[in-house]
Write a protein that binds this ligand. Structure first.
Ligand SMILES: Cc1ncc(COP(=O)(O)O)c(C=O)c1O
Length: 367
């Protein structure tokens, strides 16, 4: 079986975890601070960073730092992972949805504008889905015009660029996840990024029980700290990230060449201005044959993923936020998308096996 995702952990990570475990610091301490600094440097150095326990925690704290809550509204795409939205709703805010752009699968700027013309929105959450940034300069332009704040969900886009600027550094706050399937991992973990020192201090306070000093509680906070063990893994993984991303891009390029022109398949596009890091290589399967292709791949031992089979507002806990009219491009994406493995753990020759399995399916369909 060629898996759809596999974390690449080597002896270096194991050695560093051993060193940290014996150092006496198991939770927040020098190792976490070193990881924060190195991650900020990786993003070009003009940002501050706060390491947290997950991408979900990073979103939760970013929303709180911006004052989102009861009586406030945030807007995002319904074609994303639940954690983009759940923390905002949990703290009492309402969520609005705009449609996606069919080429990038990200928030459509046109659809976003349409909603902003009719509705008051406090925070917009562009999601850099599959490792490809949203048109983030456009979102920032609209923020100035309509007066909303931005949390960029870069949980899938470590090392991606939009017009040469790193994903995660746009808007007020950016968030990353280091879950094991991501382009780099810490086991569980996340990072909040901001150029705004005050916002970042708020995040740091909230992640550590609301403390500004030992037993000085400025607010009621959480325990969303990152462990030193996670940070030790992250520091090694960060050093490998550029190589990991190049390997993903190379595999994506080969697979795209092999699948281009296959009748019934649309290959993913790197949008002009984007440096895509292929967290997922996601094709569209036309003619209602996606699920049949998935079955075929399973039989052939090719792992795949369907991200995402439903829109967020299809799920019971979010049904009350359904837009008046269904969002057609987002809906179509749920019916057509299928992701194929391009992670660095896949050998180049496996990419040919994957392409053959897809082609084989369409040949059988015609035959
Ligand atoms: C788009 C998106 N947002 C948020 C998250 C949440 O991150 P985590 O699983 O680290 O909590 C993830 C990943 O799982 C994600 O893909």
């Amino acid at each position: 079986m060629i898996p759809i995702a596999r974390p690449l952990i080597g002896e270096e990570e194991v050695e560093e975890v051993r060193r940290v475990m014996l150092s006496g610091y198991l939770t927040h301490g020098p190792e976490v601070e070193a990881f924060e600094e190195e991650f900020a440097d990786f993003l070009g150095g003009r940002v501050k960073t706060a390491a947290v326990s997950s991408g979900t925690a990073a979103l939760h704290l970013s929303f709180l730092a911006l004052g989102l809550g009861r009586g406030k509204r945030f807007l995002t795409t319904p074609f994303t992972f639940m954690a983009t939205v759940a923390p905002g709703v949990q703290i009492g805010a309402d969520v609005l949805f705009a449609d996606i752009d069919p080429e990038s699968f990200n928030l459509s700027i046109e659809s976003l504008k349409e909603v902003l013309e009719r509705e008051e929105v406090d925070v917009v959450v562009p999601v850099d889905l599959y490792g490809q940034p949203t048109q983030l300069d456009e979102v920032e332009r609209l923020a100035r015009k309509y007066g909303f704040r931005i949390v960029e969900d870069s949980c899938q886009a470590h090392g991606a660029l939009w017009k040469d600027r790193p994903a995660g550094t746009f808007g007020d706050l950016g968030v990353f996840s280091f879950y094991p399937t991501k382009n780099m991992t810490t086991g569980e973990g996340g990072m909040v990024v901001s150029r705004d020192e005050e916002l970042l201090v708020r995040v740091q306070t909230l992640r550590n029980q609301g403390q500004t000093g030992r037993y000085t509680y400025e607010t009621l906070g959480y325990n969303f700290r990152m462990t030193s063990i996670a940070a030790a893994i992250g520091r090694v993984q960060l050093k490998k990230l550029k190589t990991f991303n190049s390997l993903r891009r190379r595999r994506a390029e080969i697979l795209r060449d092999l699948l281009e022109g296959v009748d019934g398949v649309e290959v993913p596009i790197e949008v002009k201005g984007a440096y895509h890091v292929y967290h997922q290589f996601t094709i569209r399967v036309k003619g209602g044959r996606r699920d049949a292709l998935a079955e075929h791949l399973k039989r052939k031992g090719v792992g795949y993923g369907i991200y995402y089979p439903k829109l967020l507002y299809d799920y019971e806990p979010l049904r009350r936020f359904r837009p008046r009219e269904d969002l057609p491009e987002a809906r179509r994406a749920t019916e057509e998308v299928l992701s194929l493995p391009v992670h660095p753990g896949v050998r180049e020759k496996d990419i040919y096996t994957i392409a053959d399995a897809v082609k084989d399916f369409f040949k059988q369909q015609r035959g």
